[in-house]
Design a protein around this ligand. Structure first.
Ligand code: GLC
Length: 706
C-alpha cells in the first residue's frame, strides 16, 4: 500500500480527501508517538517540503509553523502562520522519502527542527486527527499519490491566465472605465480589473453602491465586450442591517454562526457589525453560494473571497471589555504593567482567541465550537461559492479564489497569497512558496505582484513582473494609501518595460496553459524544486531556482540593484535571455555554475535538455490570442517529446475528453533531425515554426503545417 491511514480521537470530516481509506491499527511508520506528539528523527541530509502557504524557504527545516488560518499582513520570518492551513509535508532523505498529511480542522504545530535541530515533531490541538503516510518511488510519485488522495485541482477559465489589474479600490464607474480605456489606448494587454470593497453599498455582499456605480450592468457588459472582465470581492461577514435581505433571510433561517446562547454571533469587520454565515452547515453553505447569482446575472464571471479566516476586527464582548479597561484606568497613575494592559485591551481586539472560542457551528446537526474547526471556515466559504456557481451553470468555469484555505479547497478554487508588502524579501518568498503551494494542490495561485502594502519602486515592480509572468494568477494589487502601481504609474520608461513583460506573458500562455491543464489532470506539479528532477547534492540545496512544467527552469533575479545572478545548471541547458517576446537570445550552456548578467530590463530562464518551449503571439486579451501559428524552440541532444494541450478554455467539457493534444517528437538520428507531430482532437494551430538548437551545431529551422 502506498497510502496508510491511522486515526486518533474523534474525527471531524474536513473534506480534504476524496478516497476512503481504511484506518490501520498497527504501528505508525517513521514516527513515534510520545505524549501526544508525533516525533520523527531527522537525518542531517533530510529536506522537509510542503506546508503550502508559509513563510521561509522551500525547505522548511529550522523553524516552527502553526497551521491556523490567520489574517496577518506582516509576513515576516518570525511568523508561524499565514492565511492557509496546509498540513502536508514531504520528508526527503537520501535513501527514503515519504509524505505526511495531518487531516484535522484545528491548530497543528509543525516543529521542523526548531526546538531540536534533528527532530521534527507534530502536535495536534485536541488530538483528533487522521494521519496519512504516503510512500512512493520518488518525490514526483509521492506528490502525485497525495494529490490523487485529495482530488483534482480547480481549473479556471483560460482568460484567468491573462494580466489582471487590481487596487483597493477603483472606487467608481468612471475610474474603472478610464482604467480599462487606458490599457486599451496604450495597447497593454489585460483581461480583468478587480472591484474591491468600495463597489458595494456600505460593504454589504451582493449589493452595488449605486451612487458610485449607477450603470453597473452596462459597465460590466461594455467592458466585457472590450475583453475586460470585472471581478468583485466577496467578504465573509454579512452586515447586520434592518431591511438588508441577506441579513434578514439568514437570521430567519438560522444560517449564521451562533454564540453560546444560541443567538447569531456578532463580530465586526468592514461594515461594522456582521454575522458569519455558517459555511460548515450544508444548507447555509448552499444558501450563500446561490447568492453569487445576483452578480452572475449582471455579467460577472469571477470572484475573490476575502476575510474568511475569518478576520474579526472586534467583537461586542471584546470591545466592552476594552471600554471597561479604559474606565478602570481613568485618572490612575499607569505604570508599565497597567499602561501596557490598557494598550493591549485594544491591540488584542482583532482575531482574538477569546472570540474564536465564543461562537459555534452547526455541522449538519453536530454543534462544534469554532476554534475546534477554525481551519475549515475559508475552505467552506469557497466551497459554498463553487457549489452555488455550479448550481447556476454547471458547465461553465468561473474564476474563483480565496484568501483563507485548507487542504481540499483546491478542488473548488485557487488562492492568492494575501497581504504581502512591496519588499524584495516578499518577492523571494513568492518564488519559494510556489512549489509548496503546488504540492498542497493549489495550482491556480500567485502573489499580489508589486506587493500589497508599502510603496513599490520601479525596479522591484520590474523584477516582480519578471517572475509573475510565469505564475498562473498574475495580478497586480495594492492597498489603499500606497503608491500607485499600475503599469503606467511609474513613467514612460518603466511602462515600456512592464508592457513588454505583459506581452511576453500572453505569448507564453500556450505553454503555461498546457502545463497547467496537464498538471491538473495528471495530479502533477507545475512548480517543482530542482530535487524533484535532479538527484545531485547541489540541486537538493537550491532554493532560488525552480522548475516550471515539463521544460523550464526559472532563475528570477530577486535582489535589489543586482545586474545579474549566480545560476547552477544541473545539466546542459539552453538559456533564454529575454528583452521582449520578439527579442529573445538563446545560448547553449554546459552544466555547472555561472554568473549571468541580466540588467533590470532583461530576464533569463532555461530550457532543459531534450525539452521544448512553445510560444505564441501577444494579444489584447486571452480570447483574442490567435493560436494559428506557434513558435517552438527545442533544445535537443537525442530525443525530445512535448505534449501541447489545449481546449475551449471556458467549459468543463475537457473532463469528458474535449481537448486537443499536439504530440511533438524531435529525434536526432545520427545527425538527421526528424520531427513528428501527431494531433489528437481538433486544433486551431495551422503551423509550427520549429527552431532546434543543439550543442556545437548550427540551429535548424523547420516548419510543420497541419
Ligand atoms: C484584505 C485583502 C486585500 C483587500 C482588502 C480590502 O486586506 O487581503 O486584498 O484589498 O482586504 O478589501
Amino acid at each position: 500500500m502506498k497510502i496508510r491511514k491511522f486515526s486518533f480521537g474523534k474525527i471531524v470530516d474536513c473534506n480534504s480527501v476524496i478516497k476512503n481509506i481504511k484506518a490501520e491499527d498497527g504501528k505508525i511508520p517513521y514516527f513515534h508517538n510520545d505524549n501526544s506528539k508525533l516525533i520523527f528523527k531527522l537525518e542531517k541530509e533530510d529536506l522537509v517540503y510542503g506546508l503550502g502557504e508559509n513563510i521561509r524557504g522551500i525547505n522548511k527545516r529550522g523553524w516552527v509553523f502553526e497551521s491556523y488560518c490567520t489574517d496577518d499582513p506582516n509576513h515576516s520570518q518570525d511568523k508561524r502562520s499565514l492565511y492557509g492551513a496546509h498540513n502536508f509535508l514531504i520528508i526527503h532523505g537520501v535513501d527514503r522519502s515519504f509524505g505526511v498529511l495531518i487531516d484535522t480542522p484545528s491548530k497543528v504545530k509543525f516543529d521542523v527542527g526548531y526546538s531540536k535541530n534533528e527532530e521534527l515533531y507534530i502536535e495536534v490541538k485536541g488530538n483528533n486527527y487522521d494521519l496519512y503516510i504516503i510512500d512512493g518511488d520518488n518525490l514526483n510519485d509521492i506528490s502525485r499519490e497525495f494529490r490523487a488522495l485529495i482530488g483534482e485541482s480547480y481549473v479556471p477559465p483560460k482568460w484567468a491566465f491573462g494580466y489582471q489589474q487590481s487596487r483597493w479600490s477603483y472606487k467608481d464607474e468612471e475610474e474603472v472605465r478610464t482604467l480599462g480605456d487606458k490599457f486599451r489606448e496604450k495597447n497593454i494587454p489585460i483581461d480583468s480589473i478587480y472591484l474591491d470593497i468600495d463597489y458595494m453599498e456600505r460593504f454589504k455582499n451582493f449589493t452595488v453602491n449605486r451612487e458610485a456605480f449607477p450603470n453597473f450592468e452596462d459597465m460590466v457588459s461594455d467592458m466585457k465586450k472590450d475583453g475586460i472582465r470585472l471581478i468583485p470581492i466577496i467578504d465573509a461577514g454579512v452586515k447586520i442591517e434592518e431591511g438588508y435581505d441577506i441579513y434578514e433571510e439568514g437570521v430567519e433561517k438560522g444560517y449564521y454562526c451562533k454564540d453560546k446562547d444560541g443567538k447569531p454571533f456578532v463580530a465586526a469587520v468592514w461594515p461594522g457589525r456582521v454575522h458569519f454565515p455558517d459555511f460548515l452547515n450544508s444548507e447555509a453553505r448552499l444558501w450563500f453560494g446561490k447568492k453569487y447569482k445576483w452578480l452572475v446575472d449582471k455579467g460577472i464571471d469571477g470572484f475573490w473571497n476575502d476575510m474568511n479566516e475569518p478576520a474579526i476586527f472586534y467583537s461586542e464582548e471584546g470591545l466592552k471589555k476594552a471600554y471597561e479597561k479604559v474606565e478602570e484606568s481613568k485618572n490612575k497613575n499607569l505604570d508599565i504593567y497597567s499602561f501596557f494592559a490598557l494598550k493591549d485591551a485594544f491591540t488584542g481586539l482583532s482575531n482574538s482567541q477569546a472570540d474564536y472560542n465564543s461562537f459555534y457551528h452547526n455541522m449538519d446537526g453536530n454543534i462544534i465550537k469554532h476554534n475546534d474547526v477554525h481551519n475549515l471556515f475559508g475552505h467552506n466559504m469557497t466551497r459554498s461559492a463553487a457549489e452555488g456557481l455550479e448550481s447556476i451553470d454547471s458547465n461553465k468555469r468561473f474564476l474563483l479564489f480565496s484568501r483563507a484555505s485548507s487542504i481540499g479547497m483546491h478542488r473548488y478554487g485557487g488562492i492568492w497569497t494575501g497581504d504581502n508588502t512591496s519588499l524584495w524579501e516578499h518577492l523571494e518568498m513568492n518564488v519559494k512558496m510556489m512549489p509548496n503551494l503546488n504540492m498542497c494542490g493549489y495550482l491556480y495561485t500567485g502573489a499580489d505582484t508589486g506587493g500589497f502594502g508599502g510603496n513599490c519602486t520601479e525596479d522591484l515592480m520590474k523584477r516582480w513582473f519578471q517572475f509573475s509572468i510565469f505564475t498562473p494568477l498574475f495580478r497586480n494589487h495594492s492597498a489603499m494609501g500606497t503608491r500607485k502601481q499600475e503599469p503606467f504609474a511609474f513613467g514612460e520608461e518603466t511602462e515600456g518595460t512592464l508592457k513588454k513583460l505583459i506581452e511576453f506573458r500572453y505569448g507564453f500562455i500556450p505553454y503555461l496553459y498546457s502545463e497547467y491543464m496537464k498538471a491538473a489532470i495528471n495530479n502533477d506539479l507545475m512548480f517543482k524544486p530542482l530535487s524533484f528532477e535532479y538527484m545531485d547534492e547541489t540541486s537538493r540545496g537550491i532554493e532560488d531556482q525552480i522548475l516550471l512544467g515539463d521544460s523550464l527552469m526559472l532563475a528570477p533575479i530577486i535582489k535589489q540593484n543586482a545586474k545579474g545572478r549566480y545560476v547552477y545548471l544541473p545539466e546542459d541547458m539552453l538559456m533564454a535571455k529575454v528583452k521582449s517576446l520578439d527579442e529573445i537570445n538563446y545560448e547553449v550552456m554546459t552544466k555547472g555554475h555561472y554568473y549571468i548578467q541580466a540588467d533590470i530590463d532583461e530576464f533569463i530562464f532555461f530550457i532543459r535538455k531534450d525539452k521544448m518551449l512553445v510560444l505564441g503571439d501577444s494579444a489584447k486579451n486571452v480570447e483574442s490570442i490567435k493560436n494559428e501559428e506557434l513558435n517552438l524552440i527545442a533544445f535537443l541532444e537525442d530525443r525530445a517529446n512535448y505534449i501541447l494541450y489545449d481546449d475551449d478554455g471556458m467549459s468543463k467539457e475537457y473532463m469528458k475528453g474535449a481537448y486537443n493534444n499536439i504530440n511533438i517528437e524531435i529525434k536526432n538520428e545520427d545527425g538527421d533531425i526528424n520531427v513528428n507531430c501527431k494531433v489528437e482532437g481538433q486544433t486551431d494551430v495551422k503551423k509550427l515554426n520549429i527552431t532546434i538548437i543543439s550543442k556545437n551545431k548550427d540551429n535548424i529551422k523547420k516548419s510543420y503545417e497541419f
